[in-house]
Design a protein around this ligand. Structure first.
Ligand code: NAP
Length: 312
């Protein structure tokens, strides 16, 4: 890709998760030949989920990666172009919008931001140095490395419990460490986890260090009520303490809340006319595959109307 002129598109979609491909499907069916830049993770976070049981239309559940492939195939069927590229700088001060990527530059008459979110780190000693050698943020990706091993899961939300349950396929024991004595996760997951013979909970406790030299060997735990510290031997730690939106490149360009979520109105419009945002980059509240896909569709419908109004 060397010529900027060949890269001028009507609708550019940044991100390839449920919001991105739903937006692409609608834009493609409006014959706007959208371009999707996949970002680092094709299919977004949903593609890293082993089974998705709450996306309508799949009564038996569907694999996250499989659902991502179906989304992509359907969007491409109607004329979406998909490039494995990552945006790293945008200029939204004038139209066409300019988006610099790893491979070059694109010009876009309208832009749909569906860059999603990334896992939050605990920021404790050992977490970064032992990444990939015991520390993980994705059970679906790394769980199989922990066959017949002991693992720790951090967090008390849906992700921690769902991924903790998934890890019982491989691990001999899964210890869920949570900073409170009450879980945030939904009732069904709570029941399944609490009844699972391989899962135990450690309440009111924080992980303060991941220990090991070549590979992880233990975690240091601190009881947040008594202050007592203990070591727990384990081969792996899976951290699910929430997400942060991937919106760094839009700072100063789009209005955001204090956590970096892009502000949108009910029409998915951002603070810049012609720029829309959908999915977890703009949604700190629902963060579901189905709601992200819905937002993506809405953003594309609105972008289509915006372009139509302009062309008269
Ligand atoms: P979440 O709901 O925000 O939960 C994060 C958990 O991590 C909370 O229990 C929180 O504790 C804990 N935590 C946060 N910061 C921490 C820190 N620094 N140290 C230790 N613990 C910390 O995040 P999530 O579980 O990733 O879920 C995100 C969204 O996706 C939610 O809306 C969820 O419903 C959805 N989701 C749904 C499904 C499903 O429906 N099957 C599956 C996965 C995710 P506190 O509870 O004390 O705040």
């Amino acid at each position: 890709m060397t010529e900027t002129n060949g890269n001028h598109v009507k609708i550019l979609i940044l991100g390839s998760g449920p919001a991105g491909f739903a937006a692409a499907l609608y834009a493609a069916r409006a014959e706007l030949a959208p371009l999707v830049l996949t970002g680092n993770q094709l299919g977004g976070q949903a593609a890293l989920t082993y089974t998705i049981e709450n996306y309508p239309g799949f009564p038996e559940g569907v694999g996250g990666a499989q659902l991502g492939e179906l989304f992509q195939k359907q969007a491409e069927h109607f004329g979406t172009r998909v490039e494995f590229d990552l945006a790293n700088k945008v200029n939204l001060s004038a139209r066409p919008f300019r988006v610099q990527t790893e491979a070059g530059e694109y010009l876009a008459d309208s832009l749909i931001v569906t860059t999603g979110a990334s896992p939050i780190h605990l920021n404790v000693p050992g977490e970064d140095t032992l990444l990939g050698r015991g520390v993980s943020y994705c059970a679906t990706c790394d769980g199989a490395f922990f066959k017949d091993r002991k693992v720790v899961v951090v967090g008390g939300g849906d992700s921690a419990l769902e991924e903790g349950l998934f890890l019982t396929r491989y691990a001999t024991s899964v210890t869920i460490v949570h900073r409170r004595d009450e879980l945030r996760a939904g009732a069904i997951l709570q029941k399944r986890a609490k009844e699972h013979p391989k899962i135990q909970f450690v309440w009111n406790t924080a992980v303060t260090e991941v220990l090991g030299s070549d590979k992880m060997e233990a975690v240091r735990l601190k009881n947040l009520q008594s202050g007592d510290e203990t070591l727990l031997e384990a081969d792996g730690i899976f951290i699910f303490v929430g997400h942060t939106p991937n919106t760094e490149i839009f700072k100063g360009e789009l209005k955001m809340d204090s956590h970096g979520y892009i502000e949108v109105d009910h029409l998915m419009q951002t603070s810049v006319p012609g720029v829309y945002a959908a999915g977890e980059a703009a949604d700190p509240h629902f963060r579901q595959v189905v709601t992200s896909a819905g937002m993506g569709a809405a953003a594309a419908i609105q972008a289509t109307r915006f372009l139509e109004a302009e062309s008269g």
